[in-house]
Design a protein around this ligand. Sequence first.
Ligand code: SAM
Ligand code: SF4
Length: 300
Amino acid sequence: MQNELIDSFGRKHDYLRISLTDRCNLRCFYCMPEEGIDICNKSEIMTFEEIIGISKIFVSKGVNKIRLTGGEPFYRRDVNLILEELAKLPVDLRITTNGVNLHKHIAVLKENNIKKINVSLDSLNPDKFKTITRFSVFNKVIDNINLLLNEGFEVKVNMVVMNGINDNEVIDFIEWTQHKPLHVRFIEFMPFNGNKWEWKKIVPYKKMMKEVENKFSLEQVVRISDRPNDTSVNYKIKNFEGTFAFINSVTQPFCGTCNRIRLTADGKLKNCLFSSTESDLLTAYRKGKDIYPVIEHSIG
Ligand code: SAM
Ligand code: SF4
């Protein structure tokens, strides 16, 4: 039995993304309908012990990076316990959050040396933020981003760019990186069930780059080299503290270098964000079965 998860294309899967919950305190219109989604029963969601147990199995098979996501990971009551326990594993542990409640968890993040935090923020305008997320919590998110920076965290800001909604803010977000060591990532709007996605709402990378080149001179725009498995095309403006990047999931998909494994809150393995099939790990785990053959088959 090998100790690596390698698929039939030779891609090594060492990056696990765990959804801690399917619930959320916001309702970003591109992600969730206003009335919320059909959430799982609590009994269907992985418990603290199950998350840790299943993660350990992945780590024993070569996973060296874990990202906690959701729904909103900080919505889960036992998130601090999960952070503390996962931080003991030999993994690079990260979290993606909407940032609203981050201030309540700064201490546990610091104590466990979890330094890399992605915060989603789609507008620098409070009214537009409310239109997108359906909640008036803009100031909380901004305050928490500043708090993270002051406390020395590495902060990436995820902005989903949508035509006619927030695409006129790309330059504002880049200018925000002038005096702050932020890494802003412009993400193409992706189609998910019922999120009113349309081709015309996508703002292609090339169009955004043209705007950048109109605003800044050629010598100012510096291309930063990508790391293996990077999903983003990375840049910075000369002498700016931060950087910016484009995640072109729709117009330039990065499937060829994808090394991600996704575990849903109810313990199902999903090989791709767009996959229509899942492998149920949790049911097998609860029956005391060895789940490795299921993982191996799914990744294979
Ligand atoms: N609630 C957390 C948050 O918002 O950061 C974590 C979960 S959220 C699903 C993870 C990331 O997916 C966020 O950065 C969000 O903006 C992004 N996302 C959600 N729906 C998307 C879509 N339709 N297209 C592109 N990105 C999307
Ligand atoms: Fe919640 Fe994140 Fe989806 Fe927004 S993107 S609704 S914050 S899970």
